[in-house]
Design a protein around this ligand. Structure first.
Ligand SMILES: NC(=O)c1ccc[n+]([C@@H]2O[C@H](COP(=O)([O-])OP(=O)(O)OC[C@H]3O[C@@H](n4cnc5c(N)ncnc54)[C@H](O)[C@@H]3O)[C@@H](O)[C@H]2O)c1
Length: 301
């Protein structure tokens, strides 16, 4: 009845391929609503932009950026922006679709969207990072806005980047537009508790799952893959509840301590460029061994 999309080639394990299978799995339970499954299998709008910037050494570099609005039937698009060299249109499409499902599942008046730039921000100076962010925001400015699509922080983006996005959008529309992004700094209209909100959500979900399973969090062993904004905050909250963080993995490698890692020391070190492997209070092991560490709760963050 409907053609497959020509602009992505999903495989069974790729992000969009995984999402399509998830839609197929729920179709038998949808009754009359099943006729909308095809709508969920295509994004409403997908924008690909070139992000050219002048580097500190005078070269002109180009980065590929995306903003995908999967569905906005229930409200403005909502979803983060990630900066990562491996981001693809397909990945952003899948993440935008999962945002549609997530906002609907908790009955928020938002749709689903997501954005990204194929860039390694760790290789940019602060000035270059600002230029990439501002140019990207200008390019996607034709489809974002407080009533259409509201970006937020995601992998490798934070309050500072949201502030640049808000400022660029505001400059372009000729007025202060605080509502164009969430995750802004407090003094620009951001919300108290936002920085820790996602990690706290992971903790609350884990705590409730443990309660239902009869698992006592005191002494429970936790392994965390991805130790940025979400993973490190979730780890802190589990540790506060008496659990032991026995393994942590970030992009620099894996550190393990069966007796529990000292988060007060590990977190500040993991935020430096040296990452979690420079922490001395545990054993650094090859990444594959992360999966051999015995744990009660695994947090993929
Ligand atoms: N920040 C938010 O508010 C938010 C909201 C919703 C969902 N999320 C999701 O939470 C996840 C983490 O986001 P974040 O904001 O903490 O990002 P972040 O950039 O703060 O942290 C990402 C972490 O992942 C690690 N990492 C990157 N590549 C890795 C690899 N190949 N192997 C192991 N570790 C690797 C990094 O070193 C870093 O510790 C993402 O999937 C994101 O979509 C975040």
């Amino acid at each position: 009845m409907s053609e497959k999309l020509s602009f992505v080639q999903p495989t069974p394990n790729s992000p969009w391929g995984t999402y399509l299978q998830q839609v197929d799995r729920v179709v038998p339970y949808l009754g009359d609503l099943a006729k909308w499954a095809e709508t969920l299998k295509r994004p409403k709008r997908a924008l690909i932009v070139d992000v050219p910037i002048e580097m500190d050494d005078g070269r002109i570099a180009h980065y590929e950026g995306y903003r995908v609005q999967h569905n906005m039937s229930r409200g403005p698009g909502k979803g983060g922006v990630r900066f990562h060299p491996d981001v693809t249109l397909e990945e952003v499409m899948a993440l935008s679709a999962w945002m549609t499902v997530k906002t609907a599942a908790v009955n928020l008046p938002y749709g689903g969207a997501k954005g990204g730039i194929r860039v390694d921000p760790k290789k940019l100076s602060l000035k270059e990072l600002e230029k990439v962010t501002r140019r990207y925001t200008s390019e996607i400015g034709i489809i974002i806005g407080p009533h259409t699509d509201i970006p937020a922080p995601d992998v490798n983006t934070n309050g500072q980047i949201m502030a640049w996005m808000m400022d660029t959008y505001s400059m372009n529309v000729g007025g202060t537009a605080t509502g164009v992004v969430t995750g802004k700094p407090l003094h620009l209209g951001g919300s108290l508790g936002r920085v820790k909100a996602t990690g706290r959500g992971v903790f609350v979900t884990g705590r409730e799952a443990a309660r239902r399973l009869g698992l006592d969090l005191r002494g429970a062993r936790i392994a965390v893959q991805g130790f940025g904004n979400v993973g490190s905050v979730a780890a802190e909250l589990f540790a506060e509840a008496g659990a032991k963080i026995v393994a942590v993995q970030d992009h620099t490698g894996t550190v393990v301590n069966e007796n529990g890692l000292d988060l007060e020391k590990l977190i500040p070190i993991s935020r430096t460029v040296a990452g979690c492997v420079s922490f001395k209070g545990g054993e650094v092991v090859p990444n594959e061994q992360f999966w051999d560490v015995a744990c009660d709760i695994l947090i993929p963050a």
